[in-house]
Design a protein around this ligand. Structure first.
Ligand code: PHE
Length: 347
């Protein structure tokens, strides 16, 4: 019995426990041998030794079962310890990347417009001549087409199309105005951020592809005052609360009257100077041209099935790249396209 107890104490795993079990209780086990010998004993001895041997057997079984549970608990405790996650362990982090400054600026603008009740619309980058020009009051022979130096889709594809169906890479986001109004739902209050393309000589402020954000509001009694309030509110929220806006008369075929809108330069706070030197961002004028706007031309409303006597609207466009440059204090928006991670990662 004490041999058994000593051996049981030494057992630490399931295999050893099985071995001990068969050593004592198995077919050729020690206890089996004693029990087998009982039949040759005197009646007297049979009683005492036989009873004892059976008690021992029961005790062995209980002890073995107890040990089996202990081993199981120990095994699970070990698994738990091995598989536990140490949240304090240092691990070199994966480089997950981050938003490009233009996406960042676009999302800041989207959030501000959404807070003012605008919805976001989208349009294709490969657009028809009709939506990019004709329906915007810019017919084929109109000199204003020169302003939008356009990339046309190759003649192979365009040659069999009617003239207004010819395809081009959209040079502005204004076609989304047409697409939205043609849906026939009024009032309209949308912005359309997106990529545009122009056949440009590249310099600090011009790139062949860039991002615009179009805005359009159409309803009853919409005024130029609403337009001014909207742009003023958005720019103050995006840049800083002392931002000033300056409206200058301009011409766009699809708006009348039209304006170019300057914003007081963030870099020099509109003073034209940074540390007693001329501000390079605004060429020392204190103003940067960031927005274009006007009241939607009656022709454009009519061609989209909207009664211009009952409804009026305003539209505006901005260059997200230039806004990102202002917002993040980068002197040339072209830098955003040069894949310089050191620049992009700062924002
Ligand atoms: N689409 C014009 C451009 O790209 C900008 C603009 C939009 C002007 C809306 C007026 C109204 O130059």
């Amino acid at each position: 019995m004490s041999d058994f107890s000593t051996s049981l104490n030494e057992v630490s795993n399931e295999a050893a426990l099985k071995e001990l079990e068969s050593e004592y209780l198995g077919k050729k086990g020690k206890l089996k041998a004693i029990l087998a010998g009982v039949k040759d004993l005197s009646i007297e001895d049979k009683k005492t030794i036989g009873v004892k041997a059976n008690e021992m057997k029961k005790q062995f079984i209980t002890d073995l079962e107890k040990k089996a549970v202990e081993i199981e608990i120990a095994v699970f405790a070990q698994i738990e310890a091995d598989e536990a996650i140490d949240v304090t362990v240092w691990y070199p982090s994966e480089n997950l990347g981050h938003k490009h400054p233009i996406s960042h600026a676009s999302e800041l603008l989207e959030d501000i417009f959404i807070s003012l009740g605008f919805k976001i619309e989208d349009g294709p980058q490969v657009e028809s001549e009709e939506f990019a020009f004709d329906k915007l009051n810019i017919p084929a022979d109109h000199p204003a087409r020169d302003v939008w130096d356009t990339f046309w889709i190759s003649d192979d594809i365009n040659k069999d199309k009617d003239i207004w169906d010819r395809l081009l890479l959209r040079p502005h986001t204004s076609p989304v105005q047409i697409r939205t109004m043609l849906k026939g739902e009024l009032p309209v209050k949308i912005i359309a951020p997106g990529r545009v393309f122009r056949y440009e000589q590249e310099d600090a402020r011009h790139t062949c592809n860039f991002y615009q954000l179009e805005g359009l509001v159409v309803g009853e009694g919409v005024t130029f005052g609403d337009l001014k309030w909207t742009l003023d509110t958005v720019m103050k929220q995006l840049l800083w609360e002392k931002t000033q806006l300056r409206f200058r008369p301009s011409i766009f075929p699809f708006t009348e009257p039209s304006a170019e809108v300057d914003v007081s330069c963030q870099i020099c706070s509109g003073t034209g100077e940074v540390k007693w030197k001329k501000c390079s961002m605004c060429s020392a004028t204190g103003w940067v041209e960031l927005l274009w706007a006007g009241m939607v031309h009656p022709n454009v409303l009519e061609w989209c099935g909207i009664d211009h006597k009952k409804y009026s609207g305003f539209a505006f466009g901005m260059w997200i790249d230039r806004i990102a440059a202002q917002r993040f204090g980068v002197s040339s928006s072209r830098m955003f396209y040069q894949n310089k991670l050191k620049l992009n990662e700062q924002f």
